[in-house]
Design a protein around this ligand. Structure first.
Ligand code: NAD
Ligand code: FE2
Length: 388
């Protein structure tokens, strides 16, 4: 068995109403000056209010930065960093989706290291731990709260880049389903499929290991039980809580295993067309899972059972195929169309998408089945033709 390594969140607090525990967390860090980082929508929906109240009760001064854009670029993260730098803070609180959490990870490191974000994008590693972080996800999701990764858009290269560093794993996390119950349907769908992709990709990844496998299978089961229900009935807090856990489990998997071809081929789509991360993964998911299935049939059978499919009496080949079909059916039920044309992609850019994806060797190298440039070309091409 190969060596694996897991860096973990120090403290996870979960359950309905658990946002009140931000009081306890602030006290445990002896925090006096908190920078709360979020986006406009989350702020205007009032999702930061309860945390603000409890942080104030804990005696903290709170400085709010509420303009994190979706899928931020290097310049946009630097803009948030400039605002945070003006405050001498001892705790960073991110309340939002992956965009707010990833931005906060990078701000935390920039505040305690002398390297720039551009240098980090080019591979420079921070040597100091950042300012302590509390992450409260409001999508379910990226699992960013548990991963050592932060994703930024590099517009010059039409690509998204993952900055990986163990210091990025959150110090504390609150998983409160109340904060996700008003997520609009398309965001519930896209981010939910992102979580499923993390779990499945980490399970079939060459870096899969006993620890990530345990979380992957438990997470796939939770997604099978709850994603369609969250989409249909967003106020079902039991289902919302299951998806928040599944998302966090996906992040925990990423911390010792790795995503693979779905995420690799997704990065140039996000980089060039600014398609939401979960949506570009969802579009690619069934076709790439079909592409990989013959290389890890046993694992597809385990995933099918965990997802809740009835597999009695079927051969391994049949179950693997059944699982791939279930992924198409999930996308249909969530109103996600596997159509690249619909998001603006045209045939003449496929070669440059392939060039972009080929650079994501960090993930491609872990795909169970080797992917040639011509395989990638065919995948993008098929998704263009899908609804022609
Ligand atoms: N670090 C990681 O390990 C990791 C993993 C996957 C994705 N990502 C990155 O995360 C980013 C995407 O994050 P995301 O998918 O969570 O989306 P997001 O953070 O960009 O949010 C998407 C939209 O949902 C809105 N929103 C968030 N919570 C809401 C709520 N409760 N109710 C209503 N609206 C709400 C936001 O305002 C925003 O408009 C991308 O940049 C992606 O590359 C990071
Ligand atoms: Fe993702």
């Amino acid at each position: 068995m190969s060596i694996y390594s897991q860096t973990s969140i120090r403290r996870i607090i979960g359950g309905e109403g658990s946002i009140s525990q931000s009081y306890d967390i602030a006290k445990s860090f002896n925090a006096k000056n908190v920078v709360l980082i979020t986006d406009k929508v989350v702020y205007e929906l009032g999702l930061t209010k309860t945390a603000e109240e409890y942080l104030a009760k804990a005696g903290c001064n709170i400085h709010i930065i509420n303009d994190v854009p979706p899928e931020p670029s290097v310049a946009q993260v630097n803009h948030i960093y400039e605002q945070a730098k003006a405050v001498d803070c001892d705790l960073l609180v991110a309340i939002g989706g992956g965009s707010s959490m990833d931005t906060t990870k990078l701000v935390s490191l920039l505040l305690t290291n002398s390297i720039s974000l551009v240098e980090m994008v080019k591979g420079a590693k921070p040597s100091n731990k950042g300012i302590p972080t509390l992450f409260v996800p409001t999508t379910a999701g990226t699992g960013s709260e548990a991963t050592p990764n932060a994703i930024v858009l590099v517009p010059d290269e039409n690509l998204k880049v993952g900055i990986v560093c163990d210091f990025e794993v959150a110090d504390a996390v609150i998983l409160d389903p109340n904060l996700t119950k008003d997520l609009p349907k398309p965001i519930t769908a896209n981010t939910g499929v992102d979580a499923l992709c993390h779990l499945m990709e980490c399970f079939i990844s060459k870096k899969s290991n006993p620890l990530s496998d345990a979380f992957a299978i438990a997470g796939i089961k939770l997604v099978g039980e709850s994603l369609r229900e969250c989409y249909k009935n967003g106020s079902n807090l039991v289902a919302r809580e299951k998806m928040l856990l599944a998302s966090c489990y996906g992040g925990i998997c990423i911390a010792s295993s790795s995503t693979t071809a779905i995420h690799a081929l997704s990065y140039p789509l996000g980089g060039r067309y600014h398609i939401p991360h979960g949506l570009s993964n969802a579009i690619l998911m069934p076709l790439i899972m079909d592409f990989n299935k013959d290389y890890c049939k046993e694992k597809y059978c385990i995933m099918a059972q965990a997802f809740g499919l009835e597999t009695t009496g079927k051969t391994k080949d049949e179950i693997a195929q059944q699982f791939v079909e279930e992924l198409y059916s999930l996308n249909r039920d969530l109103n996600i169309k596997c159509d690249l044309k619909a998001v603006g992609v045209t045939e003449d850019v496929i070669s440059s998408l392939v060039d972009g994806a080929s650079k994501v060797t960090r993930l491609l190298n872990n795909n169970p089945k080797p992917l040639s440039k011509s395989d990638m070309y065919k995948i993008y091409e098929n998704l263009l033709k899908a609804n022609a």
